[in-house]
Design a protein around this ligand. Structure first.
Ligand SMILES: Cc1cc2nc3c(=O)[nH]c(=O)nc-3n(C[C@H](O)[C@H](O)[C@H](O)COP(=O)(O)O)c2cc1C
Length: 199
């Protein structure tokens, strides 16, 4: 049985295009793999903290030497990593805010990128330890970034491929709802994006 981790980071609840797209991808997965288990984390509704000095200090303290306060400081990280390893498939909703990913999603990434757990430095340089995952990125952008003058501002796919790939997640499919802020494209953005999904 497959486990799916669905990460949401859109600010506008059910009106968020990235959430609508992520939900539609989940529906496809359920049709293709009956009985799959879905775990959903809405980083905006549930909240996800930024890294603090205490968090990073606790990361770098060996497990057996951590104080109760340090264990507390890494609770979010430990849970997020456990959920990550348990998943076979990740669906990550990614809205573009000010040309980048939401800070909540960045915070989640900061908590899962842990030396010795999700990546390590070996003889041949860094090695990702989160292997055999399929990742679907449900990316929503107000403008169009796959063609035209905005192409050079399309940082999100490169960043997410780099950071997830660094942790070993290299099988990444990007599904894009584009032009969600434009009157001519917003009505069909999700429908058009779903035509590109290979599930
Ligand atoms: C705070 C904020 C910043 C945004 N910045 C950008 C931007 O830099 N470029 C862009 O094309 N659209 C931008 N938009 C539009 C969003 O990308 C668009 O609404 C998209 O659908 C967001 O995903 P969501 O619907 O899941 O929230 C922004 C929207 C908000 C609310």
């Amino acid at each position: 049985m497959k486990n799916v981790l669905h990460i949401k980071s859109g600010l506008q609840g059910e009106h968020s295009y990235s959430i609508q797209l992520g939900d539609a991808i989940i529906k496809r997965l359920q049709e293709t793999y009956p009985g799959i288990r879905i775990r959903t984390r809405d980083l905006v509704r549930e909240g996800f903290p930024h890294l603090q000095t205490e968090t990073v200090n606790a990361f770098f303290t060996p497990e057996e030497s951590r104080t109760p306060e340090q264990n507390d400081a890494i609770r979010n990280s430990e849970r997020a990593i456990r959920e990550l390893f348990e998943a076979d498939i990740l669906v990550i909703g990614v809205p573009m805010y000010n040309f980048n990913i939401p800070s909540q999603l960045k915070a989640w990434i900061d908590h899962i990128a842990r030396a010795g757990i999700t990546f390590r430095y070996g003889e041949h340089g860094p090695e990702g330890l989160v292997k055999n995952k399929k990742v679907y990125l449900a990316l929503a952008t107000g403008g169009i970034y796959t063609e035209g003058p905005n192409q050079e501002l399309d940082f999100i796919p490169a960043y997410l491929k780099a950071v997830l790939g660094f942790m070993g997640m290299t099988d990444i499919e990007i599904i894009r709802a584009e032009g969600t802020a434009m009157p001519t494209t917003k009505a069909v953005a999700v429908e058009k994006a779903l035509k590109t999904v290979d599930i």
